[in-house]
Design a protein around this ligand. Structure first.
Ligand code: FE2
Length: 446
């Protein structure tokens, strides 16, 4: 045996406390042992026996009741723009549109080394925080495609420990940008994994519809998925998600299509929203909400009352649509902050979308794990704490998803394909409370 994790708490597949979707109550304390075979896959998941001696060989991780989950999944990030905040100038207005203008200037100075260094740095942050599956968008409205070539190289370099999907993302349009379609097709030819679009940024509604038609046509030609920045605007007239969902339905791409942002949905009235819920549920598409970017960039043109800037997260979940949370920007023209920490995304997202009920907080956790995995198209054989799946998981020093989010814990261990990739030792805080000897602060509820 290559590794054993002893005495871990597992989850139901819906994110609630339990036994990883089985009726098995587990061993002592409801806990399990996870055994990893020499090939880096999970061999067995068995009830924990506190009387049994651990095996003498292989890596031993004593979980002591900590939560073992499949790794975090980042469904929406921009590794090409990351760590460029303030370059060549700050985004003074804070708007999405000025951000695009700043980036347009910055990308003229891109080099292969520049992109590789910044993207790799953020991937290292993600790995350390337990994110092992990443979907990054990459701006392909650049005649040199410098960033794309660099990210393709990064994807291959990290392949053994992290899974990276690259979206050919036409930041400045497919139809409205000169040569946009040619560049999109060239990006796919060079090895992009998905086809993107940005219909609300195109010059006219007709251009926007045409751009989605091109994106789906390219995806179908090459057997790829689609993930479009869609309706990222506070304009209730921006209704491209209905076009995307209909194309997904009629082309058969269905769950292989994703609409990211869809913030205009926060301005739709009840009658249209009802129609849209039915269409989206039928289409099988996923939505990715990006709470940092949406809270920051939307509502900028509003007086009061000012809109929250998010898509209809709660309503679409209730309608049966798969919705995930993404981090989106990390220290770039659209967000000067950001750590690529998925538990931070979940925390901000659950407040922004008001997923604060006792049953809703675990759903927010699933939106950076299981639901995000569905966005990326990961199968049960590729993702989960189940025999046969890759032994890739995180051990969180928390008893539940709610505790992991509340205390913003960093994984004690991050394991990729049966090998420890990151380790964060506990860092206790000693408090000298009046009248008491210094003692360790325990942020768990007594
Ligand atoms: Fe984005």
């Amino acid at each position: 045996m290559r590794m054993i994790v002893r005495g871990a708490r597992l989850l139901h597949t819906d994110g609630t406390d339990g036994t990883n979707g089985t009726d098995d109550p587990g061993g002592a304390g409801g806990l399990f042992d996870v055994e990893v075979a020499e090939d880096g896959r999970i061999a067995r998941v068995v009830p924990y026996d506190d009387q049994k001696e651990p095996p003498a060989t292989g890596t031993l991780i004593e979980a002591h009741g900590a939560l073992l989950t499949a790794p975090f999944v980042e469904p929406h990030i921009h590794l090409d723009t990351a760590l460029t905040a303030g370059e060549p100038r700050p985004n003074a207005s804070g708007t999405l549109w000025e951000g695009i203008a700043c980036w347009s200037e910055r990308k003229r100075t891109l080099t292969r080394e520049d992109v590789i260094a910044r993207a790799t740095e953020v991937l290292r942050w993600q790995a350390a925080q337990g994110v092992l599956h990443v979907r990054t968008h990459c701006d392909v409205t650049d005649p040199s495609l410098t960033a794309l070539d660099a990210l393709l190289e990064v994807r291959d370099r990290v392949r053994d420990v992290m899974h990276l999907q690259i979206v050919a993302f036409p930041q400045e349009g497919i139809v409205s940008f000169p040569g946009g379609e040619v560049l999109l097709r060239e990006a796919v030819a060079r090895g992009a994994d998905l086809v993107g679009a940005i219909p609300h940024f195109e010059d006219t509604r007709e251009d926007g519809v045409a751009s989605l038609g091109i994106a789906f046509a390219v995806a179908e030609e090459h057997g790829l998925r689609v993930d479009a920045h869609c309706d990222e605007i506070d304009d209730e007239q921006s209704r491209f998600v209905e076009v995307l969902a209909t194309l997904a339905l009629r082309s058969g791409l269905r769950e292989r299509a994703t609409a990211s942002h869809t913030t205009a949905m926060g301005s739709y009235g009840g009658a249209y929203s009802f129609k849209l819920q039915r269409l989206l549920a039928r289409s099988g598409i996923s939505l990715v909400s990006n709470p940092f970017a949406n809270l920051n960039l939307q509502g900028r043109f509003d007086a009061y009352p000012r809109r929250r800037g998010l898509t209809q997260v709660k309503e679409m979940l209730a309608a049966g649509v798969n919705v995930a949370f993404g981090h989106d920007d990390v220290m770039d023209p659209w967000n000067a902050l950001g750590t690529a920490n998925p538990l931070q995304t979940a925390l901000v997202g659950l407040y922004a979308a008001q997923l604060t009920g006792a049953d809703e907080i675990p759903v927010a956790f699933s939106m950076v794990t299981d639901r995000a995995a569905r966005v990326l198209g990961l199968s049960d054989a590729e993702y989960g704490i189940t025999p046969g799946a890759p032994a890739s998981f995180v051990l969180l020093p928390a008893a539940s998803p709610q505790e992991a989010i509340r205390r913003q814990v960093r994984p004690r261990y991050v394991v990729s394909h049966g090998t420890v990739l990151a380790e964060t030792p506990p860092a206790p805080t000693l408090l000298s409370w009046p009248g008491e000897a210094p003692s360790e602060v325990d942020f768990n509820r007594p």
